[in-house]
Write a protein that binds this ligand. Structure first.
Ligand code: ZN
Ligand code: ZN
Length: 525
């Protein structure tokens, strides 16, 4: 149940056009529009750049960006070859994922969600200069590369971290002698804290025990049983995300762990830091120290890829591109991003104008969801007096990570409408939260009314979505004067509690205006 980003989508279309223009003029030095996170309390203020949803947009030359990211992602005291290998990987990532934040008005953010950016050092600037303009290529275009801080002695395949991801031949799961299984880590989690984190993610019940049910080829936890909770299983990657989001990022550093019950809760011991896919930053530091060159290091972690000048012909569009995500090696709360869910879903172009995209394992639900959405759409369009859109797609993401990655919204939100695409957390999560039908109606309202409400404060759109998606079992909200929430409060809640307070105020403000006799189209015009 989250804010629509239709307004931003319109801006994005313009920006996408300008990006294309840039690309068609290779004579210009390439630049990257970076979203510098300015924190929830920052106001639009001095300095170049514009503020959009807590990010100040700054255009910077690609090589300056690369030097800054290498500073943000490398370990201190890395040798020149390690920094150069990372510089090429970082540049490749930037080129392959440029426009990942198109909907936010920039290319890449400076957080671990994309690549962490710091002030360049002399060594990292040198690494950028020494490798300037060179990227890893795959079939003539920038390869979809990944890297993580420490693979713990074994690299990982993308699909083990992001369900449904394509596993290209250059990203196998393999032993990595260079990493030597470091860092080893331990964590003790209180049973009540862990229960709280899992409940916040939509799991219900009292957590009695944690049992590793399955490990993948790299010995990382692939499935974990949550005894006493419903749903009763979670993937290792989602478990890391859930713990990081509520309890902090430095506890469960990787999915390569053992767990045992203690008097107070659970003891974890593991090794590695990050998802382990692609280049291992710690391993490459060791390899460089042994005298390996940047090319040797890249050849080891990205077998079969070639390093080519950036001016190589643009990548041919592939409908099933590999996941566009990496993970910073710096300690961080950000979960490993996930690939677009479309790959794991089978679209059904229905004559009703509703396409439902679901993970393959839930395909049985498609028809019912499509019919329910079509009838809700028709009823809402009638009630609101708007045209029904020709085509809408509902995407139920396979994991919370995938949902967050595609929408930029926090895992505890219940949906996001981007243009004619309605994104949702996994179906079982919405069911557990008991809000599946309401979440669908809420996003349908956004798809129907947001175009008419462009430019209004966000609480108008959210208030309308809450009002019109209500079902008869929900009590009317008590009227009364409330302060309408700011866009920031709705857009960047730091917790489920904050979000629900902001939504409550949005709904009350909307109800008050509607109660004074205005139609939804006139509110705050
Ligand atoms: Zn909403
Ligand atoms: Zn990002």
């Amino acid at each position: 149940m989250v804010t629509s980003r239709r307004g931003l989508a319109a801006i994005a279309t313009l920006l996408a056009a300008s990006t294309l223009t840039l690309r068609s003029q290779p004579a210009d030095p390439p630049t990257i529009r970076v979203g510098i996170f300015s924190g929830p309390s920052t106001r639009p203020s001095e300095g170049p750049g514009s503020l959009r949803g807590g990010f100040v947009v700054r255009s910077m030359p690609l090589e300056e960006y690369v030097a800054g990211v290498v500073a943000g992602e490398a370990f201190p005291n890395s040798g020149a070859a390690a920094l150069e290998a990372l510089a090429i990987t970082v540049r490749t990532y930037a080129v392959a994922n440029r426009g990942r934040h198109r909907a936010d008005g920039f290319d890449l953010c400076d957080q671990t969600h994309c690549q962490a950016l710091r002030k360049p050092t002399a060594a990292t600037s040198l690494a950028a200069t020494a490798t300037a303009g060179r990227i890893l290529t795959d079939r003539g275009g920038a390869a979809e590369v990944f890297y993580s801080a420490a693979c713990g002695g074994h690299t990982e395949r993308p699909s083990e971290v992001w369900p449904g991801a394509v596993d290209p031949p250059f990203l196998p799961a393999r032993r990595d002698e260079a990493d030597e299984g470091e860092p080893a880590w331990d964590a003790d989690l209180d049973a009540s804290d862990l229960g709280r984190a899992l409940r916040a993610a939509g799991y219900r019940g009292e957590l009695r025990d944690l049992i590793v049910v399955a490990r993948n080829e790299s010995a990382r936890v692939s499935r974990l049983r949550l005894a006493g909770l419903t749903p009763s299983e979670i993937s290792g990657a989602d478990f890391r995300l859930v713990v990081a989001r509520t309890l902090g990022p430095l506890l469960i550093k990787s999915a390569a762990f053992e767990v045992r019950r203690t008097a107070q809760g659970f003891h974890f011991s593991g090794h590695g830091f990050g998802h382990g896919v692609g280049l291992c930053v710690l391993g490459s530091l060791r390899l460089a120290a042994r005298g390996e060159s940047a090319e040797d290091i890249l050849g080891l972690y990205f077998r079969g890829l070639t390093v080519s000048p950036l001016s190589a012909p643009a990548r041919s569009p592939t409908p099933s591109a590999a996941p566009s995500a990496t993970r910073s090696p710096t300690p961080s709360a950000a979960p490993s991003p996930a690939p677009s869910p479309t790959r794991s879903a089978t679209p059904s172009a229905a004559p009703s104008g509703i396409t439902v995209l679901l993970p393959e394992s839930e395909r049985g639900e498609r028809e019912r969801l499509g019919e329910a959405a079509a009838s809700a759409r028709d009823r809402l369009a009638g009630e609101l007096g708007v045209m029904r859109p020709a085509q809408l797609s509902l995407r139920f993401h396979p994991t919370l990570e995938s949902y967050e990655h595609a929408t930029g919204r926090a895992w505890f939100t219940s949906g996001a409408t981007i243009g004619s695409e309605l994104h949702f957390p996994p179906l079982p999560v919405l069911r557990e939260r008991g809000i599946l039908d309401r979440a669908i109606r809420h996003e349908l309202v956004h798809a129907l009314i947001d175009p008419a409400l462009t430019g209004r404060p966000m609480w108008v759109r959210e208030g309308a979505a809450l009002y019109f998606s209500r079902d008869s079992t929900q009590p009317e909200r008590p009227a009364g004067r409330v302060k309408c929430p700011s866009d920031r409060e709705l857009q960047q809640p730091s917790s489920p509690g904050e979000l629900s307070i902001a939504y409550g105020r949005a709904a009350a403000c909307f109800d008050n205006r509607l109660g004074s006799g205005r139609s939804w189209r006139q509110i705050e015009r």
